[in-house]
Design a binder for this molecule. Structure first.
Ligand code: ZN
Length: 112
């Protein structure tokens, strides 16, 4: 498979701009996966998920559209904190507006 490399030049991120967990306010937040929602015409979309475990990247897609509360494009950022909370930050386009919502997912098991 052919790979595409994209170089990005970035300034260091400003201190104080860390995302915090919306449930416990921990600053130790991980970005676990990105879901793209490719809409159909009836409040549903095909979901393409890109996630990474170690050096392995996987890309999966739903075979059928999933229900959405918006009709345009969407992106979900699947995140977790080191206390085990998991959630999706949903960005969905609908009738000229971009809506943002947080959906809590089942907590992860913490080994300890
Ligand atoms: Zn948390």
């Amino acid at each position: 498979m052919e790979s595409i490399e994209i170089e990005m030049e970035c300034e260091p991120l400003p201190k104080g701009n860390q995302k915090v967990c919306p449930f416990c306010e921990s600053e130790y937040v991980h970005l676990d996966a990105v879901e793209e929602l490719h809409p159909t015409d009836d409040y549903s979309a095909y979901r393409v998920t890109t996630s990474r475990t170690g050096a392995s990247v996987s890309i999966t897609s739903t075979a059928e559209p999933v229900k959405t509360s918006f009709r345009g494009n969407g992106v979900c950022l699947v995140q977790s904190c080191e206390e085990g909370h998991r959630w999706k930050e949903i960005h969905g386009f609908h009738k000229g507006f971009l809506f943002v919502d947080v959906q809590r997912l089942p907590d992860a098991e913490i080994e300890g």
